[in-house]
Design a protein around this ligand. Structure first.
Ligand code: B12
Length: 309
């Protein structure tokens, strides 16, 4: 017999998600909170001061939605067959925040109409204070690898996450069997240009090319400029190095729009961009939020690294 949980999963998959799992709204294992507090205290969040707000909420979905009972966790595979090397793969597609949110709203409508009229829900995609990888891990979507990414043994870690917290009680899924999925592999640690990933699992955002090119405003420390190499926006090196991604299938969702014209942008082209050029190319992109000024800052560093100016 088909259960409500089966119907929810089928609905989510038919709207384009590659993975769906359910967990309770109970607090996330306190080891995560402990790790997070230690991480902040060590200043590894760089200038992302917003991460120090709502700490308790981040690890307790019930603080994000009163009377929360369940969390429906989803993942969208965004592996590109043609990675750019200069622009992080996720930014080659349309803005995933809107894409995922829209589909989670549709799922909420479905639940409201079919299952619970009095449905209360909260949608989280990236910006909400919810530890998304930890909750997705508990819902059985994958394990958190040494590269700090939620990794599914079959689909790899080119996965974007989104959650629907609801007051609907649902039967939770089990996490994957507990084992050392990365074993003694250290490819992501070796591949990280800035040395942000280490064996002790203490991620140093200040050394991450993604942080430096996307989140870090203002001047980039001199000693890190060469590490940026030709990365104009974000970095996929720790993902590309992961063996789980070698055999993973590419994104099969044709509705998730891919912009091939973003693949081979040159720093010297970006340096000449007007605001209109920028808007035309990145209107529907996570790059839009970062803005032209910061993209030009990155382009200047890349151009100098390549001795182009
Ligand atoms: C801040 C942030 C960043 C920062 C910091 C990254 C980081 N690793 O924390 C920066 C700007 C650098 C960044 C970069 C990227 N990000 Co980001 N980011 C986030 C955000 C908003 C919060 C992450 C966070 O809480 N960090 C806090 C620290 C403490 O996390 P952590 O050190 O990894 O530790 C956590 C776990 O790994 C685990 N853990 C680690 N060590 C240990 C040890 C013990 C003992 C235990 C129990 C647990 C544990 O517990 C911690 C808490 O859950 C999330 C969205 C969200 N709301 O969750 C997206 C998110 C993690 N990012 C995402 C993506 C796609 C990226 C990039 C790939 C983008 C790119 N290509 O440029 C890179 C990847 C860099 C990397 N290897 O982590 C996706 C990851 C999807 C996935 N498959 O996992 C997320 C989930 C957004 C989304 N909705 O899809 N990101």
């Amino acid at each position: 017999m088909r259960t409500i949980e089966d119907e929810i999963k089928q609905k989510a998959k038919s709207s384009g998600f590659d993975l769906v799992g359910i967990t309770t709204a109970e607090p996330i294992d306190s080891a995560h909170l402990k790790h997070f507090k230690k991480w902040l205290a060590a200043g590894r969040n760089g200038k992302m001061a917003w991460l120090a707000k709502n700490i308790e909420k981040r690890f307790n979905p019930a603080l994000l939605l009163p009377n929360a009972q369940s969390v429906i966790c989803t993942a969208l595979n965004y592996k590109s067959l043609t990675p750019s090397g200069k622009i992080a793969s996720y930014a080659l597609y349309q803005d995933y925040h809107n894409f995922i949110k829209q589909r989670l709203f549709e799922l909420a409508d479905f639940l409201k109409n079919q299952i619970l009229k009095n449905l209360k829900f909260k949608i989280c995609v990236d910006s909400a204070p919810l530890a998304e990888r930890a909750i997705a891990e508990r819902a059985g979507l994958g394990f958190i690898g040494k590269n700090h990414l939620l990794t599914n043994p079959q689909l790899g870690s080119f996965l974007l996450l989104g959650e629907l917290i609801t007051n609907l009680p649902l039967e939770p899924d089990n996490p994957l069997p507990s084992k050392d999925y990365c074993k003694d592999c250290s490819r992501c640690i070796d591949a990280c240009p800035g040395g942000a990933i280490s064996k002790n699992r203490f991620f140093d955002a200040c050394k991450c090319i993604s942080y430096l090119t996307i989140e870090h405003k203002g001047r980039i420390p001199k000693e890190l400029k060469s590490k940026i190499n030709s990365h104009l926006f974000g970095c996929d090196r720790c993902i590309l190095a992961c063996p789980y991604n070698k055999k993973a299938p590419a994104c099969g969702n044709r509705d998730f729009k891919f912009f091939a014209e973003r693949l081979n942008l040159l720093p010297e082209q970006i340096l000449k961009f007007s605001q209109d050029d920028f808007n035309n190319l990145f209107a529907d992109s996570p790059i839009n939020r970062t803005g032209l000024r910061q993209l030009k800052r990155n382009a200047l560093i890349c151009a100098k690294n390549q001795n182009k100016i």
